[in-house]
Write a protein that binds this ligand. Structure first.
Ligand code: C2E
Ligand code: MG
Ligand code: MG
Ligand code: MG
Length: 278
């Protein structure tokens, strides 16, 4: 890489690198402070079925930075993963999600909702991950069957048998699994067959141009068919228009998430059901 930018000499040191390293160190430190000062918060985005009924939500982390305002996960999750801070951060997410699930279970309008939580590969691979989830469920009193863990294909890089064993243990307690961003990573169909999954989540990059790009339409159709063949539920993410929803539904996809139904928000405002006639 250094060669490519420097022509025939090798660049051993570039002063810009110091800035980058300093900025990363500062960011890491800020994440640490943020965890201690409870600056992180969860937003919730609805997931709906074909009838438009809310069936669940996905928890999406946000950082309310005292000076910089709201920071999106794309800006800090990768660094949190590299630095290992994803462990305390991710454990907080699970605890907070379980508390939210418990709270929803106490109200008739939200008692049926599931909650999907993103778990990074590094987090899932920590030795005591299963215990952490079970104790978060236990101490919150949340129903394990309403908790869905979203993994990405990156969890499959090594030790697949160990990953499967962990998944099975959690599943034996009722916890569900969804494979997020499906189709964008290293997807071996051999692994897919072996994994004790409940759901495939079609990545939004395929949904975006589903009506104008025949390749995206074909990939989407294939994922839906694959899910069907393997006995897995399929949900599409990034659904922004009625036309996309109609198309997906015509292809036999019956669960959706996207701005069309609601943006991630601090509270989940379930649309009012038809009031009972009195
Ligand atoms: P993801 O899990 O694939 O989440 C979907 C992303 O798409 C979210 O971005 C969501 O806000 C966005 N989105 C939802 N509907 C639409 C839509 O209709 N159109 C478009 N263009 N985008 C839509 P967000 O919240 O910025 O999160 C980005 C990524 O950060 C997530 O992708 C996930 O990989 C990661 N992430 C978020 N929260 C957590 C967390 O608690 N733990 C971990 N490990 N990762 C997280
Ligand atoms: Mg996700
Ligand atoms: Mg996704
Ligand atoms: Mg994504």
């Amino acid at each position: 890489e250094a060669k490519a930018e420097g022509g025939d000499h090798i660049c051993f040191f570039n002063p810009d690198m110091l800035d980058i390293i300093a900025a990363r160190a500062a960011m890491e430190n800020n994440i640490r402070i943020g965890i201690n000062e409870r600056q992180f918060t969860l937003f919730y985005q609805p997931q709906v079925n074909s009838a438009g009924k809310w069936i669940g939500a996905e928890a999406l982390i946000r950082w309310r930075h005292p000076e910089k305002g709201m920071i999106s996960p794309a800006e800090f999750i990768p660094l949190a993963e590299e630095s290992g801070l994803i462990i305390p951060l991710g454990n907080w997410v699970i605890q907070e999600a379980c508390l939210q699930l418990k709270s929803w279970s106490e109200h008739a309008a939200s008692a049926h909702l599931t909650l999907a939580v993103n778990v990074s590969a590094k987090q899932f691979r920590q030795a005591d991950f299963v215990d952490l989830v079970l104790s978060a469920l236990d101490s919150s009193g949340a129903d394990p069957r309403k908790l869905k863990i979203e993994l990405t294909e990156s969890v499959l890089v090594d030790n697949v048998e160990e990953i499967i064993a962990k998944m099975q243990l959690l599943k034996s307690h009722g916890v569900c699994f969804s494979l997020d961003d499906f189709g964008t990573g290293y997807s071996s169909l051999t692994y897919l067959k072996k994994l004790p999954l409940d759901q495939l989540k079609i990545d939004q990059s395929f949904v975006r141009d589903i009506l104008i790009n025949p390749n995206d339409a074909a990939i989407t159709r294939t994922i839906i068919g694959l899910g069907k063949s393997l006995g897995l539920a399929v949900i599409a993410e990034g659904v922004e228009t009625e036309a996309q929803r109609t198309f997906l539904q015509s292809q036999d996809c019956h669960a959706f998430q996207g701005y069309l139904f609601g943006k991630p928000s601090a509270t989940l405002d379930i649309p009012h059901k038809t009031p009972l006639a009195v």
